[in-house]
Design a protein around this ligand. Sequence first.
Ligand code: NAD
Ligand code: UDP
Length: 317
Amino acid sequence: MRVLVTGGAGFIGSHLSERLLKDGHEVICLDNFFTGCKNNIDHLMDYHQFELIRHDIIEPILLEVDRIYNLACPASPVHYQFNPVKTIKTSVMGTINMLGLAKRVKARILQASTSEVYGDPLVHPQTEDYWGNVNPIGIRSCYDEGKRVAETLMMDYHRQNGVDIRIVRIFNTYGPRMAENDGRVVSNFVIQALRNEEITVYGDGSQTRSFCFVSDLVEGLVSMMENELDFVGPVNLGNPVENTILEFAEKIVSITGSKSKIVFKTLPKDDPKQRKPDITLAKSKLDWSPSIDLVAGLRSTVAYFETQLSKGARRRD
Ligand code: NAD
Ligand code: UDP
């Protein structure tokens, strides 16, 4: 098949593109390089079936494809709050463009939605039938509400135009090729630990997150896209093992053997207090559940950042 991956030069998109190529598909990677980078996909350039297009999904594009994974959107709070209007345009106008393309060429389209559609959830763990607790006017809403509208658009194109859709709600995912500077907790803590700098826990660290390794997530994305049950979702994809952020910081100090001290900083506004996916639906419909435990996943992530930091040091020499 010919598969379009928007946001293909980003963290998750680059792993997904690699997997699709290995499965024998042609991959068109489309990216505006806002948060993605060519280094993430350098190793894919030698594949005859890999094509890279610099394009912004806010603008329409004409292509002939069988599948569309719509991943284009900055994902870390620092990046999506950098230009909030652009973030919401990406989720709304970008998704309309991708749905228009899917409709024209009769492609199946999967939307990368997020656990952020549950906002600061009052139901725990989060099930797909929970409608969420999102502040519509806060600093996170450009991302949260953008993704909620993207889900609405997917469902309306499906009901009104018969577009073949899939919706996944991705929970915190980590692994090699996360951007060093994206401000997310995994990259921040690992880099701080490797540099023996202070580890910055926001608030008192009692807020929780559940971390899924990227290879598990990619498996879930492909299973959802290719399920032939006509199961459109939304479905949660994430690892249900929940950690407080303070426990997570301690784990990273221990795995890296760092001399870093943990310090406490102001909690950002609207930071969700708890997050943990209920993955009953993914298990029953897709036979999917994550297999990489946190320590193993973190070891491979630490190894990646060690290499990145030493490349940076060599460049400075
Ligand atoms: P990322 O920032 O590494 O990747 C996003 C990619 O999209 C980047 O390559 C970026 O340059 C590209 N992009 C952004 N705006 C674009 C636009 N207008 N046109 C074309 N390309 C554009 O983030 P990621 O972690 O790989 O996330 C990928 C997708 O998964 C996003 O849609 C994100 O919302 C979703 N998601 C990720 C997580 C996570 O924990 N990583 C959790 C929930 C949802
Ligand atoms: N966080 C932290 N220190 C950091 C970065 C993040 O304590 O240096 C916290 C953040 O406040 C949130 C959690 O870690 O409670 C996860 O943050 P991230 O930005 O990775 O993703 P989110 O799930 O909030 O979108």
